[in-house]
Design a protein around this ligand. Structure first.
Ligand code: FAD
Length: 486
């Protein structure tokens, strides 16, 4: 009889920069597993016959399979297994909300010791990168079909990668001067180093992807004009239009959307001023409105820019925070102060038009709303003032209306998201597909990738008539969320 495996409930921590040091630098916070730690962690996996973790993964990676390879110290095999289902393991290993997906369904979760799947995924991808140039896989012979991909975020990257491998000629159009979407302009360097994103884009270019930056579809050329040159088009333009709170004072100096704040830092290198030519003002007391990953990223960025006091102002309680728990804990360790059940209602400026304080109201929690979270209710008369000189609004983003506005036949929802078939990604226009945040509303990297994979398969089928085997990534297209606060 096979010997029963002894449970090891000691989930291995990943080494991190200490909080007092990292709060003042932009280097990556988490340092990754060493090979020794990775092997020990991998050996904790129970190798379930019916692995629930795979069910929790939106792209259905063979999780026990890649972990077994690590446990056997065959790291090259581990990355091969991962890449069968996930083209961006170094990125997903860093930013996927595993605690809500694969790790949540791991059987060890009941003992509060689920396998550290994300950390092991990251380890495998980083190990591969450290070995030198990645092998170029076999690409199918050219089909003679031309595809345009609009937007270079995770949805666009996945579509482009899959279609290049299938032998199509793919051109990716990106409005900004650097590719990567939110991975490049939104998520800060200390959580996702830009070199990791660049590595993935470079790899696609080596496979044959043509990248055209500084090209705004809807302005430089319309979608209809692209369709004159391409056999198929994929729209993966994300949800990059920031929402504001629509409270008095939002046009004061010192008030930013999180998008502007983070883009100035990540894409324009504001933190490197004067080495970079785009400065960002150093504020002393910064408040960030919101409770998602975007809010955490903004608050932690403010600390690194030298702010003395940084606050998260959130209208619900800690339990409802939509940000990843790991990032909330990192923010707390670094010194970000949380004001829960607090709603900013007015921004107050000085006589020169600079923000000097914010007026807030205390809230209490009522009945659950459509999102399942308890609705925040105002406590009348509980107003108070906080002295603040920068206010970052991180309460969500919507879709950019540029393409729908210049493409009359493209069907969109009342919220402006493109309507796409959940099984194929097909839109209301022939030869046009869409996926990622532009369809679902602000969501996650892995869901955008899942949508990209689904669309690539459908596009290939329409272009060639060949039906590809399904890979289970149909979960990629979901319903839009009522309130994102991601
Ligand atoms: P995007 O990544 O938004 O990419 C769209 C691209 O299209 C952009 O580069 C844009 O410039 C380009 N574009 C737009 N319009 C045009 C046009 N007209 N012509 C040409 N190009 C155009 N998710 C997680 O899973 N984990 C996290 O930890 C996490 N943290 C986040 C932190 C921040 C600050 C933000 C903003 C988001 C975060 N997310 C996180 C969400 C995640 O990044 C997104 O869900 C994901 O990037 C969506 O991918 P996408 O490809 O649909 O769009």
């Amino acid at each position: 009889m096979a010997e029963k495996k002894k449970l090891d409930l000691n989930r291995r921590d990943m080494p991190k920069q200490p909080p007092h040091i990292r709060r003042r630098n932009f280097n990556e916070v988490a340092l990754g597993y060493t090979p020794e730690l990775a092997v020990v962690e991998a050996k904790r996996c129970l190798q379930c016959k019916k692995p629930l973790c795979v069910k929790g993964c939106p792209v259905e990676i063979d999780i026990p399979g890649f972990i077994k390879c690590i446990a056997d110290e065959d790291f090259a095999a581990a990355i091969r297994v991962l890449k069968k289902k996930n083209v961006l393991p170094a990125i997903c290993g860093r930013v996927c909300p595993q605690e809500e997906q694969c790790e949540k369904t791991c059987v060890l979760v009941k003992k509060k010791a689920s396998s550290a799947i994300g950390r092991l995924e990251r380890f495998s991808a980083d190990w591969e990168a450290a070995q030198g140039p990645v092998e170029i896989p076999e690409i199918r012979p050219p089909t003679g079909k031309k595809v345009a991909v609009v937007g270079s975020g995770p949805a666009g990257i996945t579509v482009a990668g899959d279609l290049v491998m299938l032998g199509h000629e793919v051109t990716m159009f990106e409005a900004l001067h650097e590719a990567g979407g939110v991975l490049t302009y939104g998520i800060p360097e200390f959580r996702l180093p830009k070199a990791v994103v660049r590595r993935e884009i470079d790899y696609l270019q080596k496979l044959g992807l043509k990248l055209v930056a500084n090209y705004v579809v809807g302005k430089t050329k319309t979608l209809d004009q692209l369709l004159e040159f391409y056999d198929a088009v994929f729209i993966g333009t994300g949800a990059g239009l920031p929402w504001f709170m629509e409270i008095p004072g939002e046009n004061l100096n010192g008030v930013y959307s999180a998008n502007e704040y983070l883009t100035r830092m990540n894409l324009m290198g504001g933190f490197k001023y004067p080495r970079s030519s785009t400065p960002i003002k150093r504020h002393r007391r910064v408040a960030v409105a919101g409770g998602g990953n975007v809010a955490m990223d903004s608050a932690r960025t403010a600390l690194r820019l030298g702010a003395e006091e940084v606050y998260i102002v959130y209208r619900r309680s800690r339990t409802e925070l939509p940000a990843r728990l790991e990032e909330v804990e990192n923010a707390e360790e670094e010194g970000v102060v949380f004001h829960f059940l607090t709603l900013p209602i007015r921004l107050i400026g000085d006589d020169k038009g600079w923000l000097k304080e914010i007026e807030c109201l205390r809230m209490e929690l009522g009945e659950p709303d459509k999102s399942g979270r308890r609705r925040p209710v105002k406590i009348e008369g509980s107003n108070f003032i906080m002295p603040i000189d920068a206010f970052v609004v991180a309460v969500g983003n919507g879709p950019n209306p540029l393409i729908p506005n210049t493409t009359p036949d493209l069907e969109v929802t009342s919220g402006g998201n493109i309507v796409a078939d959940p099984k194929t990604g097909k839109t209301s226009i022939d030869k046009v597909w869409a996926g990622g945040d532009i369809v679902t509303g602000a969501a996650t990297v892995i869901l955008a990738m899942g949508a990209g994979r689904l669309a690539a398969r459908s596009m290939h089928e329409c272009l060639t008539g060949e039906k590809l085997l399904t890979t289970g990534t149909e979960k990629g297209l979901g319903e839009g969320e009522e309130e994102s606060e991601r």
